[in-house]
Design a protein around this ligand. Structure first.
Ligand SMILES: Cc1cc2nc3c(=O)[nH]c(=O)nc-3n(C[C@H](O)[C@H](O)[C@H](O)COP(=O)(O)O)c2cc1C
Length: 187
């Protein structure tokens, strides 16, 4: 099983990184991981060049290939909340998925993304709603043909200003539930 991690946090030792490490350690031995850090890879946002209106795929060549090659079984989308949304570099990556929508709408090309499972990790200081971030994550999962069950696959720690993520009493249970769901549906 290969797990692709899309990490939207700029802080290598921050709260999202802590939760990602806790999650990684719970996957079975032998699980392969690939990580794409949105702040490190500087993936360009969609610029509406409209290449994908008449051609399959995207005109911009960069580390989006990690997503386009579609060689993973589980996608972990992780971000701190910024203004209730995912961070801007992570949104740049998500905006590029619009090529899949355009290929389908303008070229009537089938979505060739293979079915996958998803886990969403959102981390917040405690200010405002996470709904905008959940909504864009669901859009990304939809384009990538990722099955995501918000009741089982959503891990969050949304009060880091008051409760350090390491002390969040709900975190371990959420990680457990998500891992069990992913492993169960793989066997
Ligand atoms: C620009 C900016 C905007 C933020 N907006 C929110 C927000 O809307 N809601 C929230 O709960 N926390 C917000 N936060 C707090 C972060 O989500 C929080 O500190 C988080 O734990 C950081 O995670 P990290 O260490 O993985 O980067 C914001 C932080 C920054 C820097």
């Amino acid at each position: 099983m290969k797990v692709l991690i899309l990490n939207g946090s700029p802080r290598p030792n921050g709260d999202t990184a802590y939760v990602l490490e806790a999650l990684r350690s719970r996957f079975p031995r032998g699980t392969e991981f690939e990580a794409l850090n949105a702040y490190e890879e500087n993936i360009q946002p969609c610029n509406d060049c409209r290449y994908c209106w008449t051609n399959e795929g995207c005109s911009i060549r960069d580390k989006m290939d990690i997503l386009w090659k579609d060689d993973y079984e589980v996608l972990v989308l992780a971000s701190p909340l910024y203004m209730s949304f995912v961070t801007p570099p992570l949104f740049s990556i998500i905006s590029r998925l619009n090529a899949i929508w355009s290929n389908s709408f303008f070229l009537k090309a089938p979505n060739r993304q293979k079915p996958k499972k998803g886990i969403l990790i959102l981390i917040g200081g405690g200010d405002g709603s996470a709904d905008p971030a959940i909504s864009i994550a669901k859009t990304a999962f939809h384009f990538l043909n990722v099955h995501f069950d918000p009741d089982l696959d959503y891990i969050r720690s949304l009060s880091t200003n008051n409760i350090p993520v390491q002390d969040d009493p709900d975190l371990a249970g959420q990680i457990d539930r998500a891992i069990k769901h992913i492993i169960r549906s793989k066997s």
